[in-house]
Design a protein around this ligand. Structure first.
Ligand SMILES: C[S@@+](CC[C@H](N)C(=O)[O-])C[C@H]1O[C@@H](n2cnc3c(N)ncnc32)[C@H](O)[C@@H]1O
Length: 211
């Protein structure tokens, strides 16, 4: 799966004040901790085989990319934040994970050719996407026919505030399932899984033919 196109521009915060850089670094480092259970659960649900090619949309420092790469033919992580990519590439190198690539891009403009992935997943990144319809269209474009999409978020309570809103309520998961269906995915279904200290909601679908 060869990445193509122009890398997405770095977000403004990446060029900001030293304090914001320190905050960014802490955020990126925090995303290397405790992400394994969700990554492995997602890979299990995707039923990865050695023939699969995975794209991880909003990969952060790449935990799930490395989990995928150990189980399949190749995994590409896409993320718009340069620091996440730098950290992820370093971790991928020192852990000697083969077949894992991290590239700049966003859900709304995936730097991948059409029909080059068999699995597209997003772990805790969907709530950052700026345009869900564009992101789902991109996931569909890069997936081969019958390719699977898995959108994974923390299950959150309605009426939550602050960080506790970073996820999906049951009602929002229902809406996401409806959005997947209208974006050209079939066999759409939702699962709730407990992993580590988190409860995850996973909305899955299969790319339909045509269109
Ligand atoms: C909470 S982190 C999750 C990282 C990783 N998937 C994980 O579970 O460890 C969210 C990630 O989404 C990325 N992100 C932000 N906006 C995005 C967009 N429009 N498309 C794709 N990813 C985005 C951020 O840079 C960040 O790395």
């Amino acid at each position: 799966m060869s990445p193509v196109g122009t890398p997405a521009p770095a977000p403004a915060a990446a060029h900001g004040h030293p304090a914001s850089k320190a905050y960014e670094l802490l955020t990126a480092l925090s995303m290397t901790v405790g992400r394994g259970p969700a990554a492995r659960t997602t890979a299990d649900l995707a039923e990865l085989t050695p023939h699969d090619r995975v794209v991880d949309i909003g990969c952060g420092p790449g935990t799930a990319v490395r989990v995928a790469a150990r189980r399949c033919a190749g995994a590409t992580g896409v993320d718009p934040t340069p620091l996440m990519l730098r950290l992820g590439r370093w971790l991928t190198t020192i852990r000697r994970v083969p077949n894992a690539t991290l590239v700049a891009g966003s859900a709304e403009a995936l730097p991948l050719l059409d029909s080059t992935a068999t699995v597209a997943w997003a772990l805790s990144s969907l709530h950052h996407w700026t345009d869900r319809a564009a992101g789902l269209a991109e996931a569909r474009r890069v997936l081969a026919p019958a390719g699977r999409v898995l959108l994974v978020e923390r299950l959150v309570e309605p009426g939550a505030h602050g960080h506790a809103t970073h996820g999906l309520t049951n009602g929002q998961a229902d809406q996401l399932a409806a959005d997947l269906t209208s974006s050209g995915f079939g066999d759409v279904h939702t699962e709730i899984r407990r992993t580590g200290r988190r409860t995850l909601v996973i909305v899955q679908g299969t790319r339909t033919n045509g269109g």
